[in-house]
Design a protein around this ligand. Sequence first.
Ligand code: BGC
Length: 732
Amino acid sequence: MDIEAIIRNMTVEEKIRLLAGASFWSTHAVERLGIPSVVLTDGPHGLRLSGSDETGDILANAKPATAFPIEAAMAATWNERLVEEAGRTIAEECQHYGVGILLGPGVNGKRSPLGGRNFEYYSEDPYLSGRMGSAFVRGVQSGGVGTSVKHFVANEQETNRMVVSSEVDERTLREIYLLPFEMIVKDAQPWTIMCAYNKVNGTQMANHDGLLNGVLKNEWGFEGLVMSDWGAVEDKTASVRCGLDLEMPGPGARDAEVLEAYRNGLVTDEQLDDHVRRILGVIQKIAASKRDVPALEADRHHEVARKVAEEAIVLLKNEGGLLPLAKGANIAVLGKFAEIPRFQGGGSSHMNPAKLDIPLDALSAFAHTVYGAGYADESPDEELIEEAAELAKGKDAVIVFVGTTEKIESEGYDRADIGLPESHLRLIEAVARVNPNVAVVTHSGSAIDLRPFERSVRAIVHAWLPGQAGGSAIANILFGETNPSGKLSETFPLALEHNPSYLSFPGDIASVRYSEGIFVGYRYYDTKKLDVLYPFGHGLSYTEFQYANLRLSADRLENGGTLQVTFDVTNRGARAGKEVAQVYVRDIKASVPKPDKELKGFAKIGLAPGETKTVTVELDERAFSHYCPHLRRFAVETGVFAILVGSSSRDIRLSATVFFHSGDETRLPLTPDHSLKEWLEDDRSASRIREALRNANVDEASPLFPILLGMPVRKLRLLFPALEGLSAAAAE
Ligand code: BGC
């Protein structure tokens, strides 16, 4: 396809037509010029291809496809290779069904555990989200299928998502909410990006010139196409002018409006051609990498989904080594989710799984099991609870399945609280009273409140919404076939009220203020030194890992330099296992507010019993920087940084420091409104100001002096004419 020749041959009407979908799930073909239509559909946990192209009923007769663990779980694997493999597998299914673009991954943030789509997003940490999202995009696109990284940007809630304005300061936007998109655009070149429904600082994302044309396309060099979320375009002409390439869904009804705008000079040839070039570029890639995949290899794909689920499951607690359970033991399996698996969230990512493992069946392959449903719905059923407690008596161990219900976690609305259903809590309570060996398997896509039973059970295994192979993955973990290696991709706080967004989530119909700024998740809890239930990065293993010998490649860094952080990890136990070693950076003293620590690198390492591996994680300049609004870029402030290596954000095993000598001037110039103290403490002005004070015979030992220190130099001069020289010095 010679795209430039095609553009030259297209009429204005043909170009405009291409800027909207042809149907709910496809783009327009231009047969005259040999341009095919492409199919796009959801994503991100597998392919949800609706049986009907004409309707918005996304669940109608969806084709069977492999349901992978939710994104939050994928992130909990901290295993990029595995996530990439999941992406490649999904791409194969897309090829089989003739889908050109998979609508995902979602990389929005997690301001609040209440976010209805948190399950569909990776992490509260933007760096982890960026790494996982890049891996997923690489995987899918290596299979010749495009991705659509969504929802660009600041779409952290479902409440009012179509109208609300997310009010975010620039530093927060850059460091927290734009970062995953930036990393993925630069590292993995996604073919498409999906813009969000919401407004950002008052402007609809579908026509946000500054973020679409400015940041995404010009600054980051994004070469793919930007499509709208389904129905996000309000003002089509503005969208065309501001960088939105493709309006979805179709068929577009506003071609005449755009044509008129074009005739009036509001939309230029250059703008139209740029949109068409981007759309054709993606269509060309899809057409060129189309493969014939005659059959779905459902069994093999199921195995990939199982591997991901196993690495995603997080062993939160294992008192006295209750787990792994002995094969052949007598076990009570309780809770309806053991029989009717809780494996995916609701909304556009809801799939029709090609296969489905039943936890109870998988557990029964390892042990003698009895089963009781324990609950039917969210309100307690005394009979079921009693029956379950009876079954639990005298068993070697009891496994209770609990979690959020389908109704609780879905696209379209936020959660009301982080509690589990009353019926689930009552079941655990009753069972824990009659058997000391209770292991609880929890299902949810985001943080839940485990406190009601945390102390009365010996083991807790967080299984997320683990996809279609979750049942066997859970059994393999519980019986030690697989050593758990998942680590939390978000904090489980002690209380919802501790969450930094608690007072400003979800805002009102007009706006939501991101008042916690950059202090999201552990960035807040760790800085505030608040206890949490389970910290970010936490996850136990059936073996133990020891960290030693931290060495840094340099003790001094400059702009453009990189730092190799090297350390040894040893498996001290008797089982093979995998550890996620996390590298955090702490800015010891900064002129702007900074979190206690921030994740800047990690590695997942497999170790045989007794084995030691040397791990190197590289940190570049960006790892030490913050976004400097007045420089309009990321910059490093000269100073000492601590490098913290650990097994979770609250389990730091090794640390060292490095001095970064930066050429960036991250500080704003001082003004006459700044205080005398600030002028004196600033090395750019200290000597001048000191001299001016000397000239005015100011006695720094006088009891009055601390009062002067707090005053703006502009006022000092007005109050004390002798200090005239001071404001002159400050003005220089
Ligand atoms: C969702 C998107 C999804 C699209 C198509 C929208 O409502 O926000 O994530 O890709 O629908 O189903």
